[in-house]
Every structure is written in C-alpha cells, then in structure tokens.
Design a protein around this ligand. Structure first.
Ligand code: NAD
Length: 253
C-alpha cells in the first residue's frame, strides 16, 4: 500500500516504522507542526494514487480531516482519541458517502485479543459456577486514571456475558465482596507500561490470562493491519469489526 500519515507525532512515527517493515510505502507525512512532515493544509488532491491514510493527530483535527478523506474517496484509519462528541457527525458523513473509515481508541492487537479471550472465558465459566472471576491491573506512577480504560473494557466484557457478575467495584472494599460484584483492582508504581490480568479461581486451581504491554508498537501494528483490512470495504467501521472478522477467520481454519 502507498499510505499518507496524518499526524507525525509519537504514534505517526511508530506507524511509519510498521508500514515500512510490512513492505508498504509512505507517500507523505501531514502535520502542521513546523518541524514535522508537510505543514500544508490537506487537500483531496494530496491523496491521488494512494491506498489510504492513517491518522493519529489531535481531537480538534478529526472532523475537517474526515471531510477531506471523504471528498478524496480515500480509506482512512483513525486512532485519535477524545472526539466522541463529533463521532455521530463523522459517522453520518461517511455513511452518506462511498468511503471506508475505521476508528478505534485502542488498536493494540494484543489488548484486543485479550478482550476476546476474556469474553470467552467469562462466558465459559457460566457452566462452571465454582470459578470466580476478577481483574487486576498495574501501571506506572504517571498514570492519572484508575482503573485503566483497558481494565474497564475488560470488566464490561465480563459483565456482558457472565451471569453471576452484575456490578463493577473498583475501590478498596474494607468488607467482604458480594458474589455479584466484579472486583477490578489497580496498583501504581515504577515504569510499568501496563499489565492486565483476568483471574479465574476455583477451590481447586487458578487460571490467569495476562496481557503485558512493552511499548507503543502494538498500537501501530494494529492500525496498519486495520488499513490492510479496510482495502475494498466501504462504510463506517470500528476496530472491533476488524478484529472480530480476523478472529472468525482464524476459527474457520
Ligand atoms: N487508538 C490507539 O490505539 C491509540 C494509541 C496511542 C495514542 N492514541 C491517540 O492518538 C493521538 C496521537 O497520539 P500521539 O501520542 O502520537 O500524540 P503526539 O502529540 O505525539 O502527536 C500528535 C501530532 O498530531 C499533530 N497534529 C495536530 N493537528 C493536526 C492536524 N490538523 N492534522 C494532522 N496532524 C495534526 C501534532 O502536531 C502532533 O505532531 C492521541 O489522540 C492519542 O490519544 C491512540
């Protein structure tokens, strides 16, 4: 693929490494910051002959950029976060057009596989009520939110399929936990980029699913794979559509 990178910050630069490693080429790097890439305002003509764009920019930029991609008819993968208030508007514009547009707040392949495995595990234990389920996460000292967004997504996946758990509790309890409560614990310390463990525990044994992030390259790999998947597809998609399709294909073989 010949790809335009929109937003050449930390993620844009990771995306470039992954594109080149997977045999693709970078047409141009669009970024208004003077020391990064091409500072011109993007125009539809900039996308002539290219197979797609990957955007990791800033929330304020997403709507105007989406209009340019739609006008150019170029498929776009957008990892920028924080524009939920504009999402309905962008989604409608994409649906009214002939474009392919895929969004996600977490493109990490590993984290998305962890979500899928957790959902499966939480459903399986419905037939084995001796197994309880819980979530624990570790992050570096600079992290401001707890529990992490990833831990909350894991907890929501569990609640969506597990019959025993109906409520997430994330505080220090100072009391006995109730059977319907799903405990999500957070620990902060050191430089840990992110560890999430889902534990299934019975009187006889323990099963633990752990995802440990090492760096940002997993996000970039997911975004590039999403653009590969988007080729030839029209419509508004999320990272879940892409991951679920790849998982379904794995299970067919
Ligand atoms: N979806 C995911 O998996 C995932 C993973 C990591 C980060 N993110 C999100 O991606 C975004 C970028 O993260 P980052 O760490 O690379 O940030 P960054 O600050 O390093 O880079 C953002 C870049 O966007 C540029 N920019 C600003 N306005 C622009 C415009 N109109 N057009 C093009 N570029 C523009 C900035 O100059 C900057 O270089 C953030 O919203 C972040 O939350 C998403």
């Amino acid at each position: 693929m010949h790809v335009v990178i929109c937003g050449y910050g930390r993620m844009g630069q990771e995306v470039e490494q992954v594109l080149l490693a997977r045999g693709h080429s970078v047409v141009t790097r669009m970024d208004p910051a003077p020391d990064r890439g091409d500072t011109r305002a993007m125009k539809p003509a900039d996308f002539k002959g290219c197979n797609g764009v990957i955007e990791f920019s800033l929330a304020d930029a997403v709507t105007a950029n989406a209009r340019t991609y739609i006008e150019a008819g170029v498929p776009a993968v957008v990892g920028t976060t924080g524009w939920e208030d504009k999402r309905a508007e962008v989604e409608q514009a994409v649906r009214d057009s002939d474009s392919g547009y895929l969004v996600g707040s977490n493109f990490s392949i590993g984290a998305n596989l962890m979500f899928a495995l957790t959902e499966k595990a939480a459903a399986i234990i419905n037939s084995f009520p001796e197994y309880d389920i819980m979530v624990q996460e570790y992050h570096h000292t600079r992290k401001k939110d707890s529990p992490s967004g990833t831990a909350l997504t894991l907890a929501e996946k569990i609640l969506s399929v597990n019959h025993a758990k109906t409520e997430i509790v994330s505080e220090c309890l100072h009391r006995q936990i109730k059977p319907h409560e799903l405990h999500v614990g957070s620990v902060r310390g050191g430089s840990i980029p992110g560890v999430h463990t889902v534990t299934l525990d019975s009187p006889a044994d323990t099963i633990a699913l752990t995802h440990s992030a090492r760096n940002r390259s997993g996000f970039a790999t997911g975004a590039v794979m999403a653009l590969e998947w988007l080729q030839g597809r029209k419509g508004f998609f999320t990272v879940d559509d892409f991951i679920e399709d790849l998982i379904a294909r794995s299970l067919e073989h």
